[in-house]
Each structure stands twice: as structure tokens, then as C-alpha cells.
Design a protein around this ligand. Structure first.
Ligand code: GLN
Length: 276
């Protein structure tokens, strides 16, 4: 395997001696993954792959029976398997994920949070290859007469802090009063209880929500052409390579499609960034 060749090339012995010396001094809390692929990857907590995410973001990550599950969780589990460790999920505000703060402070090894790859974020963290296509969308009560942002003049629009939906609303929802929420759960609760007239967020999570909340509908999409990426600390190439390799293999083997179908109830559309 390519990874093993790389290890040989690294002249493993002196490198390992150095790592051993460092941990013996207690100067480095980080540990590495278990056996198998990615032996050269330093993890922020030994023996586990620590993922930062912002809950809830169903169906990408949310709690069910005391466990965090979802599409992103399943994908990152594949990376953890390669490292021969378990994934441990840390719930943290999305805003501090997308700013790079959580990754740079060593809170987590990676961030999987339905996070859109953007130029600004690229400056603060490194992204994997895209793994999911998304676009902004608007959710409102059926029969509300709200069909687009222009119908929100003088009305309240719920937005989520630090998100691309927030940015889109700031630029395009002129005349609406933006009401900011820290997470999607709070935002959707405000939509449901009519504390806001509509909410803006990614299409995937909104379509999932209206499946159960049948008094509400996704009234329009904005074609923002977004793509999700998994984030790592800037320069953490070893982990990023493993993530990309894992995503690539999962797409080729059909594992990605299986996971997609599990959470979205259908296969990814041909030709979309969500297909092979
Ligand atoms: N995809 C959106 C963004 O990256 C929302 C992500 C989220 O709220 N978890 O800003």
C-alpha cells in the first residue's frame, strides 16, 4: 500500500525515537492512531479520532437514543476504521468550527459538520475533497404566503450563526429582520413556534425537517452551489490525505452510496457531486 511505502521512505527509526523521546518528556500529549493505515498521523487524544461538530444538524449529525448518528458520522467512522480507533464526537458551536478556532486549538482532529468549503474558511483550515452538494433554502409555514426573500419585508427571518445561510441572508434578504440562532435546532424551533416568519439554511437539513413537520414546507432554493468538506487544522496533510483516500475509496466501492441511501432514503443523483 502507498502509505507503507511512504513510511519506509521516511526512515522510520529515528522518527519514532524522536516521538518516543517527546512523549517520555510529557511535552506532547498527542498520540497516534493504532495499527494499519495512517500510522504517521498524530491525534489530539491518543487512541481516538476526535471530531468536532455542531449538533443538531440532522441528518448529518444528531442525537438519537443518547448516541450521535448521521451521514457525516458514518463517513468519519470509515476514517476512524482506517486508523483502527473509535470516533469520539465533540459538540461545539458551528461558528467556532468554521472559523478554524476549534481545529487550531487542538480541540479536535477534524470537523465534520455539513460545512461548506469557502474561500474565507480555506484561509483558516484545510478542507478535504468535496463530499456533498448543497444549496441554501427557505422554510416557512404552509399557506404563509412566503415564497421568496422578497416576501419577508418587515418580517423576521431566522438565520444560524456563522453559516453560509447567514451570509446569504445578509446580502440578499434586504428589508427582513434577521434573527440569529446558535444552532439549527433553535432556529427550527423558532420557525415552528412562529417566533420567526421563515428560516434559511441548507436544503438537506430543511427537507429532512419538513418530512416530519408537515405544516411546513421548503418554499424555495437559492442555487448557491455549495459543497461540503471535512476540515482539518491547516497543514495537517497526513490526516487530510487519509480522509481523501477514504472518501475516494468509499465512492468507488459503493459504500458512500450505501451511507447516502441510509440517511436520505434514495441513491445520490447521477452527475451530482454526491455521485461517483
Ligand atoms: N453548510 C453551512 C455552512 O457551512 C451550514 C453548516 C452548519 O450549520 N452545520 O455554513
Amino acid at each position: 500500500m502507498a502509505r507503507r511505502t511512504k513510511l519506509t521512505w521516511l526512515a522510520v527509526v529515528p522518527a519514532l525515537a524522536l516521538v518516543a523521546a517527546m512523549s517520555a518528556c510529557g511535552s506532547d500529549e498527542a498520540g497516534s492512531g493504532g495499527n494499519g493505515d495512517g500510522q504517521n498521523i498524530e491525534l489530539v487524544h491518543e487512541g481516538q479520532l476526535t471530531t468536532c461538530t455542531g449538533l443538531p444538524y440532522k441528518p448529518f449529525q444528531y442525537e438519537e437514543n443518547g448516541k450521535v448518528v448521521g451521514f457525516d458520522v458514518d463517513l468519519v467512522d470509515l476514517v476512524a476504521e482506517k486508523l483502527n480507533v473509535k470516533q469520539v464526537i465533540v459538540d461545539t458551536p458551528f461558528d467556532s468550527i468554521q472559523s478554524g478556532a476549534d481545529l487550531n486549538s487542538g480541540k479536535c482532529d477534524l470537523a465534520a459538520a455539513g460545512m461548506t468549503i469557502t474561500e474565507v474558511r480555506e484561509k483558516n483550515l484545510d478542507f478535504s475533497e468535496p463530499y456533498f452538494d448543497a444549496t441554501q433554502a427557505l422554510v416557512a409555514k404552509k399557506g404563509s404566503g412566503i415564497e421568496d426573500l422578497s416576501d419577508l419585508q418587515g418580517k423576521k427571518l431566522g438565520v444560524q450563526n456563522g453559516t453560509t445561510g447567514y451570509d446569504y441572508a445578509q446580502k440578499n434578504a434586504k428589508g427582513a429582520e434577521l434573527v440569529n440562532f446558535e444552532d439549527l435546532g433553535l432556529l427550527l424551533n423558532a420557525v415552528e413556534t412562529s417566533r420567526v416568519d421563515a428560516g434559511i439554511n441548507d436544503n438537506g437539513v430543511l427537507y429532512d425537517w419538513v418530512k416530519e413537520k408537515t405544516d411546513f414546507e421548503v418554499v424555495t432554493e437559492f442555487d448557491t452551489g455549495e459543497q461540503y468538506g471535512i476540515g482539518v487544522r491547516t497543514g495537517n496533510k497526513a490526516l487530510l490525505d487519509l480522509i481523501n483516500e477514504t472518501l475516494d475509496e468509499a465512492k468507488k466501492s459503493g459504500e458512500y452510496d450505501k451511507i447516502y441511501e441510509k440517511w436520505f432514503g434514495k441513491k445520490p443523483e447521477e452527475g451530482s457531486g454526491n455521485s461517483n
